[in-house]
Design a protein around this ligand. Sequence first.
Ligand code: PEP
Length: 251
Amino acid sequence: MSRPRALIAGNWKMNGRLAEATALAAAVAAGARAGGPELLVCPPFPMLAAVKGVLGAAPVSLGAQDCHAKPAGAHTGDVSAEMLGDVGCRYVIVGHSERRADHGEGDAAVRAKAEAGMRAGLVPIVCVGETLAERDAGAALAIVAAQLAGSIPAAATAATLVVAYEPVWAIGTGRTPTAAQVAEIHAKIRADLVARFADGPAFRVLYGGSVKAANAAELLSVANVDGALVGGAALKADEFLAIAAAAPKGN
Ligand code: PEP
């Protein structure tokens, strides 16, 4: 079976001011080529509309880094998935480990946000991944399986949801798992998706955690890795585009 089209997603986190965000978006748009992997940038909320304007018709999708589960209401400081759709988002990251840690989001909350994204016509990118202590305890597979089971809505399909495996200990640390460790977890994620969903083979499963141009080709060629969720390296257009260029051809 052919692999799904790869997705190379940039999570800009809470970085940059408006001028930097629009310049970065312009550089990514200028280097984006139709026919390669799908490119996605996820700026902070206040920059979304401006970045959308800069991207114009370039083959680069827009996403947000979080959303609230409800469509509207008395939730000061929050942003609904519907609002994100209004400003041109196609994707929304949910359950990133920084949100799970900083905001106490558990699997049920992540699932509710993923459902909200799907309700609004966005594609949620649901993040899962173990801590170093969990890996050292030999629990990585079980932790990821439990997060997957708890965070992915029953109504998800390969067209409406993306999974990202991000070992917490690899995020922003410069450390990456070996190709064999990535392969083991991604094979388990694939098996769980196949067991649960009729189109499980077609779900895109991204790897995230210290991906950069220098290691992208190796990580992206691992079986069941259908793209990357990139943090720090997504803040440099050249580096981000080089990661995209390293994606295996034909997916
Ligand atoms: C991330 O935040 O999703 C991430 C993978 O960060 P980094 O690439 O910096 O490790």
